[in-house]
Design a protein around this ligand. Structure first.
Ligand code: NAD
Length: 511
C-alpha cells in the first residue's frame, strides 16, 4: 500500500512511501539473522568504521535531514538540528570512542574462597534487536538505539512511528548510503499492527520508546515469549523552584523546558512548583516572557506546530478540565477558541491548579505549564513525587548542596539542577525512567552493554582432583561451619580459616 504523508504544520503533501507488508516480516528476520552472523564476527574496530561512515553521511546531508525531520514533525529547524541531529552525531562519536572499552571482556575479582580461579564478564551481541520508536523525536529516538545495538554486534529492525514515516525512510537511506551490509538495518514501515506482528516475530531483544499504554502491551506480549525488553516511557516531570533560585534563569528554563518541541517531550517540564515567597514574581515574569516567543514555520521561529493531531485533543481535555475546576489561564488561548484542526497551539500558563486535575497527573505532552506554590521543601518533594511517572525532574536553587539533597529524595530516572532535560544529551550518562517512566536504561556504557548477553565466566586451571564443596559431604558440615565463622565472623581468624580449608581439601572421594 502506498502512503501519502502530509506535513502537520502546513498540511501539504511531503512525500509517499510503501508500507511494509506483514508477510515480509518472516523474510526480514531471516535476513537479519544472516547479516548478524557475519556482523557479530567483525572486530569492534570494523563495526565502528561503519558507524563513523553514518556519522559523516549525516554531516554531509545535514540540511536535507533537518528538512525531513522538520517537515515531518512541525518542529522548528533549530530544534531539529540541535535536539535531533546534533544529539545523534555526538552519540555516534561517543560510541566510536567508548565502544571498545565498554564492550571489552572485563576481568573481575574472585573471592578467596575460590582460590586459584579467575573470573571475567564477556559481552556478546543478542542477535536481532527490534527498535520501536515514537513520533516526537523520530530521528534521535530511532538512531541512538540503532547505533548502540549495531556497535554491540547486533542486527536491527526499526519500526518507526507511522506518524512520521519519512524519517524512517531517511534512516534506511542513510545506512544504505553508508554502505552497511544488506539486512543489517532494516526498516519496517507501518503502524501498530505491524509493530505487534514484529513483536510476535520473536526478536532477541525489544527496545521500545513510546507511551505507557503501548509499553504495557509490548511488555505483556514479550513476556509470553520471554523476550527481554527495554522500555522508555512517559513523564510528568516536575520543576521545583526554590526561593534562592536565579529567578530569571528559572523563568527562561521553564519556558524552554515546557515549550520546546511544543511540549511534546517525554522529559519536558509538565508541572512547576515555586516557593511561595517568589511565586508571584516567577509567574509574572514567565507570563511576560511567554509573550515574546515566536511561533510558526519561519527559520527563526521558536515554537513550531504539534506533530500528532490526536495529541491536541488530549491537551484540550486536560486544559478544559482544569479551567472547569477553577484554574486560571494566564497565557495562551482557551481551548474553546481553537479551530477544529489547529496544529499551532499557543503556549499556555495555568495557575490555581491542584493534584485533583489531570493536567497535574496525566502526561499532557503539549505546550502547557501549570504552576503551584509551595510552603516548605518537604511539601515540594511530596508534590513532585505524587505521580505514577518518574522520568525526569529539575531543581532550581543557588545552594547546590540543597539541590542535590532534593534530588536524592525524588523518585526519578533523571534530574537536573538549574537546567532542564539535558541528561539525555550527555552520552556518558545512562538514560532511563523510574516508575512508569520506563524499565531499564540505555546510553553510556550500560546502553551498549544492555544490547548484549553478559556471560559471567570463571576459569579453573583444572589441575586439582576436586573441589572442597563437591561430594562426598561426610564430615564436611562442621568444617564448613568453622570456615564460615572464622572468615565472616566479627574478627577474622585466618588460622582457623586455613585449618578448616586444609582439612576440607584432605577429604578424599569415596572409593
Ligand atoms: P505510542 O506508544 O503510541 O507509539 C510508539 C510506537 O509504538 C509507534 O511506532 C507505534 O506504531 C508503536 N506501537 C503502537 N502500538 C503497538 C503495539 N501494540 N505493538 C507494537 N508496536 C506498537 O507513542 P507515541 O504517541 O508515538 O509517542 C509518545 C509517547 O512516547 C509519550 O508518552 C512520550 O512520553 C513517550 N516518549 C518517551 C520517551 C522516553 O525516552 N522515555 C521519549 C519520547 C517519547
Amino acid at each position: 500500500m502506498t502512503w501519502t504523508v502530509r506535513s502537520p504544520a502546513t498540511k501539504e503533501v511531503i512525500g509517499t512511501l510503501e508500507e511494509t507488508n506483514g508477510e515480509q516480516i518472516h523474510e526480514m528476520y531471516a535476513s537479519a539473522a544472516q547479516a548478524f552472523a557475519s556482523w557479530s564476527g567483525l572486530p569492534i574496530s570494523e563495526r565502528i568504521r561503519f558507524l563513523r561512515k553514518v556519522r559523516l553521511q549525516i554531516i554531509e546531508e545535514l540540511d536535507q535531514i533537518v528538512k525531513v525531520i522538520s517537515d515531518s514533525t512541525g518542529k522548528v529547524s533549530v530544534e531539529a538540528l540541535t535536539t535531533e541531529v546534533m544529539t545523534v552525531v555526538d552519540s555516534i562519536s561517543h560510541i566510536e570512542k567508548r565502544a571498545a572499552a565498554a564492550l571489552k571482556t572485563k576481568r573481575v575479582k574472585t573471592p578467596l574462597t575460590f582460590i586459584g580461579k579467575r573470573s571475567y564478564i564477556e559481552y556478546k551481541p543478542r542477535g536481532t534487536v527490534l527498535v520501536i520508536s515514537p513520533w516526537n523525536f523520530p530521528f534521535q529516538l530511532s538512531m541512538i538505539p540503532i547505533v548502540e545495538a549495531l556497535a554491540a554486534g547486533n542486527a536491527v529492525i526499526l519500526k518507526p512511528s507511522e506518524v512520521t514515516p519519512l524519517v524512517g525512510r531517511l534512516i534506511e537511506k542513510l545506512f544504505t548510503q553508508a554502505g552497511f551490509p544488506a539486512g543489517l538495518l532494516q526498516v519496517a514501515h507501518g503502524g501498530k499492527e505491524l509493530g505487534a506482528a514484529l513483536v510476535k516475530g520473536k526478536p532477541d531483544f525489544i527496545h521500545f520508546t513510546g507511551s505507557v499504554r503501548t509499553g504495557k502491551i509490548i511488555q505483556t506480549e514479550a513476556a509470553k515469549q520471554l523476550i527481554p525488553t527495554l522500555l522508555e516511557l512517559g513523564g510528568k516531570d516536575p520543576m521545583i523552584v526554590c526561593a534562592d533560585a536565579n529567578l530569571e534563569r528559572a523563568v527562561q528554563g521553564a519556558l524552554w523546558g515546557g515549550f520546546t518541541n511544543s511540549g511534546q517531550v517525554c522529559m519536558s517540564v509538565e508541572r512547576v512548583y515555586v516557593d511561595q515567597s517568589v511565586y508571584q514574581e516567577f509567574v509574572d515574569r514567565l507570563v511576560e516572557a511567554a509573550q515574546h516567543l515566536r511561533q510558526g514555520t519561519a527559520a527563526d521561529s521558536d515554537i513550531g506546530s504539534m506533530t500528532f493531531p490526536q495529541q491536541t485533543a488530549i491537551i484540550k481535555e486536560h486544559v478544559t478540565e482544569a479551567l472547569d475546576k477553577g484554574a486560571t489561564l494566564l497565557a495562551g488561548d482557551h481551548p474553546d477558541k481553537w479551530e477544529e484542526d489547529q496544529m499551532f497551539i499557543k503556549p499556555m500558563i495555568l495557575t490555581n491548579v491542584n493534584h485533583g486535575m489531570a493536567v497535574m497527573q496525566e502526561e499532557t505532552f503539549g505546550p502547557v505549564l501549570p504552576i503551584m506554590a509551595f510552603e516548605t521543601e518537604e511539601e515540594a518533594v511530596a508534590l513532585a513525587n505524587d505521580t505514577r511517572f518518574g522520568l525526569n525532574a529539575s531543581i532550581w536553587t543557588a545552594d547546590l548542596e540543597r539541590g542535590k539533597q532534593i534530588v536524592s529524595r525524588l523518585i526519578t530516572g533523571n534530574a537536573v539542577i538549574n537546567d532542564v532535560i539535558i541528561t539525555v544529551a550527555n552520552p556518558y550518562l545512562p538514560y532511563g525512567g523510574a516508575k512508569e517512566g520506563g524499565i531499564g536504561a540505555y546510553h553510556g556504557d550500560v546502553g551498549m552493554q544492555g544490547f548484549c548477553v553478559q556471560t559471567a565466566v570463571m576459569v579453573d586451571k583444572g589441575r586439582r582432583k576436586k573441589e572442597v564443596n563437591w561430594f562426598p559431604y561426610e564430615g564436611k558440615y562442621e568444617l564448613f561451619v568453622r570456615l564460615i565463622r572464622s572468615f565472616w565472623g566479627e574478627n577474622r581468624n585466618w588460622r582457623g580459616f586455613l585449618a578448616a580449608y586444609r582439612q576440607l581439601l584432605k577429604k578424599e572421594p569415596r572409593k
